[in-house]
Design a protein around this ligand. Structure first.
Ligand code: TYD
Length: 238
Protein backbone atom coordinates (compact mmCIF):
# COMPACT_ATOMS: atom_id res chain seq x y z
CA UNK A 1 0.00 0.00 0.00
CA UNK A 2 1.09 3.52 -0.73
CA UNK A 3 2.26 5.92 1.94
CA UNK A 4 0.05 8.86 2.91
CA UNK A 5 2.43 11.76 2.42
CA UNK A 6 2.10 15.36 3.55
CA UNK A 7 2.41 16.36 -0.10
CA UNK A 8 -0.62 14.23 -1.01
CA UNK A 9 -2.71 15.62 1.86
CA UNK A 10 -1.82 19.20 1.00
CA UNK A 11 -2.92 18.82 -2.62
CA UNK A 12 -6.57 18.95 -1.50
CA UNK A 13 -8.08 22.46 -1.25
CA UNK A 14 -11.52 24.01 -0.87
CA UNK A 15 -12.82 25.82 -3.96
CA UNK A 16 -12.36 29.60 -3.86
CA UNK A 17 -15.61 31.30 -4.83
CA UNK A 18 -16.16 34.56 -2.94
CA UNK A 19 -19.21 34.41 -0.69
CA UNK A 20 -20.05 30.77 -1.43
CA UNK A 21 -19.38 27.67 0.64
CA UNK A 22 -19.16 23.94 0.13
CA UNK A 23 -20.08 21.65 3.06
CA UNK A 24 -20.42 17.89 3.40
CA UNK A 25 -21.85 15.42 5.89
CA UNK A 26 -20.36 12.03 6.58
CA UNK A 27 -21.08 9.08 8.84
CA UNK A 28 -22.31 5.52 8.85
CA UNK A 29 -25.94 4.43 8.48
CA UNK A 30 -28.10 5.82 11.29
CA UNK A 31 -25.80 8.73 12.22
CA UNK A 32 -28.58 11.26 11.55
CA UNK A 33 -27.17 12.96 8.44
CA UNK A 34 -30.53 13.71 6.80
CA UNK A 35 -32.03 15.36 9.89
CA UNK A 36 -28.96 17.53 10.48
CA UNK A 37 -28.68 18.50 6.80
CA UNK A 38 -32.29 19.68 6.73
CA UNK A 39 -31.85 21.67 9.96
CA UNK A 40 -28.71 23.36 8.62
CA UNK A 41 -30.45 24.21 5.33
CA UNK A 42 -33.36 25.84 7.18
CA UNK A 43 -30.97 27.85 9.37
CA UNK A 44 -28.87 29.05 6.42
CA UNK A 45 -31.90 30.04 4.38
CA UNK A 46 -34.04 31.59 7.07
CA UNK A 47 -31.46 33.19 9.35
CA UNK A 48 -28.53 33.86 7.03
CA UNK A 49 -30.25 34.44 3.68
CA UNK A 50 -28.13 31.97 1.72
CA UNK A 51 -29.25 30.08 -1.36
CA UNK A 52 -28.83 26.43 -0.31
CA UNK A 53 -28.58 23.34 -2.49
CA UNK A 54 -28.57 19.82 -1.07
CA UNK A 55 -26.85 17.15 -3.17
CA UNK A 56 -26.37 13.48 -2.53
CA UNK A 57 -23.60 11.11 -3.50
CA UNK A 58 -23.53 8.95 -5.43
CA UNK A 59 -26.03 10.74 -7.65
CA UNK A 60 -27.05 14.35 -8.04
CA UNK A 61 -26.96 14.30 -11.88
CA UNK A 62 -28.86 12.07 -14.35
CA UNK A 63 -25.62 10.16 -15.11
CA UNK A 64 -24.75 9.95 -11.41
CA UNK A 65 -28.17 8.52 -10.57
CA UNK A 66 -27.58 5.73 -13.12
CA UNK A 67 -24.22 4.97 -11.49
CA UNK A 68 -25.91 5.03 -8.07
CA UNK A 69 -28.33 2.34 -9.20
CA UNK A 70 -25.56 0.33 -10.85
CA UNK A 71 -23.52 0.28 -7.62
CA UNK A 72 -26.10 0.08 -4.85
CA UNK A 73 -28.39 -2.42 -6.55
CA UNK A 74 -25.72 -4.79 -7.80
CA UNK A 75 -26.31 -8.40 -6.81
CA UNK A 76 -22.75 -9.44 -7.65
CA UNK A 77 -19.57 -8.36 -5.87
CA UNK A 78 -17.59 -5.64 -7.64
CA UNK A 79 -13.91 -4.94 -6.99
CA UNK A 80 -12.96 -2.07 -4.64
CA UNK A 81 -10.99 -0.48 -7.47
CA UNK A 82 -14.04 -0.57 -9.75
CA UNK A 83 -16.16 0.87 -6.93
CA UNK A 84 -13.69 3.70 -6.32
CA UNK A 85 -13.64 4.65 -10.00
CA UNK A 86 -17.42 4.52 -10.33
CA UNK A 87 -17.88 6.84 -7.34
CA UNK A 88 -15.13 9.13 -8.67
CA UNK A 89 -16.85 9.23 -12.09
CA UNK A 90 -20.13 10.22 -10.47
CA UNK A 91 -18.30 12.87 -8.40
CA UNK A 92 -16.49 14.30 -11.48
CA UNK A 93 -19.80 14.70 -13.25
CA UNK A 94 -21.40 16.28 -10.19
CA UNK A 95 -18.50 18.76 -9.93
CA UNK A 96 -18.61 19.93 -13.52
CA UNK A 97 -22.37 19.84 -13.98
CA UNK A 98 -23.53 21.21 -10.61
CA UNK A 99 -21.03 22.02 -7.85
CA UNK A 100 -18.67 24.38 -9.71
CA UNK A 101 -21.33 26.29 -11.71
CA UNK A 102 -23.56 26.69 -8.65
CA UNK A 103 -20.73 27.81 -6.34
CA UNK A 104 -19.86 30.52 -8.84
CA UNK A 105 -23.21 32.16 -7.94
CA UNK A 106 -22.41 34.34 -4.90
CA UNK A 107 -24.21 33.66 -1.61
CA UNK A 108 -24.63 29.94 -2.29
CA UNK A 109 -24.07 27.05 0.11
CA UNK A 110 -23.83 23.53 -1.28
CA UNK A 111 -24.42 20.77 1.24
CA UNK A 112 -23.34 17.35 0.04
CA UNK A 113 -24.71 14.22 1.70
CA UNK A 114 -21.43 12.25 1.49
CA UNK A 115 -18.42 13.28 -0.59
CA UNK A 116 -14.74 12.29 -1.02
CA UNK A 117 -14.40 10.99 2.56
CA UNK A 118 -16.97 8.27 1.81
CA UNK A 119 -14.73 6.95 -0.98
CA UNK A 120 -11.61 7.07 1.16
CA UNK A 121 -13.35 5.38 4.09
CA UNK A 122 -15.55 2.82 2.26
CA UNK A 123 -13.32 1.87 -0.69
CA UNK A 124 -9.91 2.89 0.66
CA UNK A 125 -10.09 1.72 4.25
CA UNK A 126 -13.01 -0.70 4.73
CA UNK A 127 -12.84 -2.42 1.32
CA UNK A 128 -9.03 -2.46 1.54
CA UNK A 129 -7.98 -0.54 -1.56
CA UNK A 130 -5.82 1.81 0.52
CA UNK A 131 -6.36 5.36 1.77
CA UNK A 132 -3.49 6.85 -0.27
CA UNK A 133 -4.66 4.94 -3.36
CA UNK A 134 -8.13 6.53 -3.20
CA UNK A 135 -6.74 9.98 -2.44
CA UNK A 136 -4.46 9.51 -5.47
CA UNK A 137 -7.45 8.85 -7.74
CA UNK A 138 -8.76 12.26 -6.63
CA UNK A 139 -5.46 14.06 -7.03
CA UNK A 140 -6.46 15.77 -10.26
CA UNK A 141 -8.51 18.93 -10.85
CA UNK A 142 -11.39 19.28 -10.07
CA UNK A 143 -11.58 16.07 -8.00
CA UNK A 144 -8.96 17.56 -5.66
CA UNK A 145 -11.44 20.21 -4.50
CA UNK A 146 -12.77 19.35 -1.05
CA UNK A 147 -15.44 20.95 1.13
CA UNK A 148 -14.63 23.94 3.35
CA UNK A 149 -16.02 21.95 6.24
CA UNK A 150 -17.12 18.33 6.67
CA UNK A 151 -19.38 17.30 9.53
CA UNK A 152 -18.53 13.74 10.53
CA UNK A 153 -21.42 12.48 12.67
CA UNK A 154 -19.76 9.77 14.71
CA UNK A 155 -21.70 6.78 16.02
CA UNK A 156 -20.31 3.35 16.82
CA UNK A 157 -21.14 0.19 14.84
CA UNK A 158 -23.42 -1.11 17.63
CA UNK A 159 -25.48 2.10 17.70
CA UNK A 160 -25.77 1.93 13.91
CA UNK A 161 -27.11 -1.66 14.13
CA UNK A 162 -29.59 -0.58 16.80
CA UNK A 163 -30.90 2.34 14.74
CA UNK A 164 -31.07 0.22 11.56
CA UNK A 165 -33.21 -2.36 13.38
CA UNK A 166 -35.65 0.37 14.44
CA UNK A 167 -35.84 1.71 10.85
CA UNK A 168 -36.13 -1.78 9.36
CA UNK A 169 -35.49 -0.56 5.77
CA UNK A 170 -34.04 -2.92 3.12
CA UNK A 171 -30.22 -3.08 3.08
CA UNK A 172 -28.23 -1.90 0.05
CA UNK A 173 -24.93 -3.38 -1.24
CA UNK A 174 -22.82 -1.80 1.55
CA UNK A 175 -25.36 -2.02 4.36
CA UNK A 176 -25.59 -5.78 3.83
CA UNK A 177 -21.91 -6.25 4.73
CA UNK A 178 -22.55 -6.47 8.49
CA UNK A 179 -21.16 -5.13 11.76
CA UNK A 180 -17.47 -5.94 11.14
CA UNK A 181 -17.62 -3.76 8.03
CA UNK A 182 -19.23 -0.97 10.07
CA UNK A 183 -16.46 -1.18 12.66
CA UNK A 184 -13.90 -0.66 9.89
CA UNK A 185 -15.86 2.35 8.63
CA UNK A 186 -15.70 3.99 12.06
CA UNK A 187 -11.91 3.48 12.22
CA UNK A 188 -11.63 4.88 8.68
CA UNK A 189 -13.64 7.99 9.49
CA UNK A 190 -11.61 8.60 12.66
CA UNK A 191 -8.50 8.43 10.48
CA UNK A 192 -9.93 11.04 8.08
CA UNK A 193 -10.43 13.38 11.02
CA UNK A 194 -6.77 12.85 11.95
CA UNK A 195 -5.54 13.39 8.38
CA UNK A 196 -7.68 16.50 7.77
CA UNK A 197 -8.22 17.92 11.28
CA UNK A 198 -9.16 21.42 10.14
CA UNK A 199 -11.71 20.26 7.59
CA UNK A 200 -13.25 17.10 9.10
CA UNK A 201 -15.08 18.05 12.27
CA UNK A 202 -15.82 14.99 14.40
CA UNK A 203 -19.09 15.23 16.35
CA UNK A 204 -20.39 12.65 18.81
CA UNK A 205 -23.80 11.75 17.33
CA UNK A 206 -24.80 8.97 19.76
CA UNK A 207 -26.58 11.36 22.13
CA UNK A 208 -28.87 14.34 21.71
CA UNK A 209 -29.69 15.41 18.13
CA UNK A 210 -30.21 18.99 19.33
CA UNK A 211 -26.72 19.22 20.83
CA UNK A 212 -25.24 18.04 17.52
CA UNK A 213 -27.30 20.65 15.68
CA UNK A 214 -25.98 23.40 17.98
CA UNK A 215 -22.38 22.39 17.25
CA UNK A 216 -23.04 22.28 13.50
CA UNK A 217 -24.64 25.74 13.52
CA UNK A 218 -21.89 27.20 15.71
CA UNK A 219 -19.09 25.92 13.47
CA UNK A 220 -20.91 26.94 10.30
CA UNK A 221 -21.24 30.43 11.70
CA UNK A 222 -17.47 30.55 12.37
CA UNK A 223 -16.83 29.47 8.78
CA UNK A 224 -19.19 32.08 7.31
CA UNK A 225 -17.62 34.80 9.44
CA UNK A 226 -14.17 33.73 8.24
CA UNK A 227 -15.10 34.79 4.71
CA UNK A 228 -14.05 38.29 5.69
CA UNK A 229 -10.99 37.16 7.67
CA UNK A 230 -7.77 35.56 6.53
CA UNK A 231 -7.50 33.19 9.43
CA UNK A 232 -10.11 30.43 9.62
CA UNK A 233 -10.29 29.09 13.14
CA UNK A 234 -12.70 26.17 13.38
CA UNK A 235 -13.72 24.90 16.79
CA UNK A 236 -12.67 21.28 16.56
CA UNK A 237 -12.72 19.98 20.13
CA UNK A 238 -13.47 16.24 20.43
P1 TYD B 1 -27.10 5.96 0.58
O1 TYD B 1 -28.42 5.24 0.49
O2 TYD B 1 -27.00 7.34 0.07
O3 TYD B 1 -26.54 5.80 2.05
P2 TYD B 1 -26.74 6.69 3.31
O4 TYD B 1 -28.22 6.86 3.48
O5 TYD B 1 -26.08 5.85 4.37
O6 TYD B 1 -26.00 7.96 3.03
O7 TYD B 1 -26.07 5.01 -0.16
C1 TYD B 1 -24.79 5.35 -0.39
C2 TYD B 1 -23.92 4.15 -0.05
O8 TYD B 1 -22.75 4.21 -0.87
C3 TYD B 1 -23.47 4.15 1.39
O9 TYD B 1 -23.52 2.83 1.90
C4 TYD B 1 -22.05 4.63 1.31
C5 TYD B 1 -21.60 4.19 -0.06
N1 TYD B 1 -20.59 5.06 -0.68
C6 TYD B 1 -19.32 4.58 -0.93
O10 TYD B 1 -19.03 3.41 -0.62
N2 TYD B 1 -18.38 5.38 -1.52
C7 TYD B 1 -18.67 6.66 -1.88
O11 TYD B 1 -17.78 7.38 -2.43
C8 TYD B 1 -20.00 7.16 -1.64
C9 TYD B 1 -20.35 8.56 -2.04
C10 TYD B 1 -20.93 6.33 -1.04
Amino acid sequence: MKEITHELISSFRAPAFPGSFFLSFEGIEGAGKSTQINRLKKYLEEEKNYRVLILREPGGTPFGEKLRQAILETKTEISPLAEAHLFAASRSQLLSEVILPELSVPNTVIICDRYIDSSVVYQGHARGLGVAEVLDIHNIFPLNLVPHLTFYLRIGAEMSEKRQKIRNSPKDYFEAKGIEFYKKLVVGYDLMHELFPNRVLKLDAEGSMDEVTQLILKNTEILLASATLDDVSINNDD
